[in-house]
Write a protein that binds this ligand. Structure first.
Ligand SMILES: [Zn+2]
Length: 85
């Protein structure tokens, strides 16, 4: 797992935490969780980040290895595409 930090330009939009499946108040820097190939999977909230990289990494591995828990994961290639485009 890798973490990428991006400047958040959409401070009015709630962010969704991939790890705990909750919306959280946006922060100026958003932390994006990526796999080892650099594919972005989602964001992490400050509470989850506060638990440390090892904990986050373990949770991420669990999410990937338990298919029944994958519904909340926003896979980059599964983003909804408007019909007819
Ligand atoms: Zn969280």
């Amino acid at each position: 797992m890798q973490l990428q930090i991006e400047c958040n330009r959409a401070l009015s939009q709630k962010q969704f935490c991939l790890i705990c499946n909750h919306f959280f108040e946006p922060t100026e820097a958003k932390v994006i969780i990526c796999n080892d190939q650099g594919d972005a999977f989602g964001e992490a909230c400050p509470q989850c980040l506060g638990k440390g990289f090892n904990w986050l990494s373990g949770r991420f591995e669990q999410l990937l290895s338990h298919p029944q828990k994958r519904e909340g994961i926003h896979f980059p290639r599964n983003r909804k595409v408007p019909a007819g485009v």
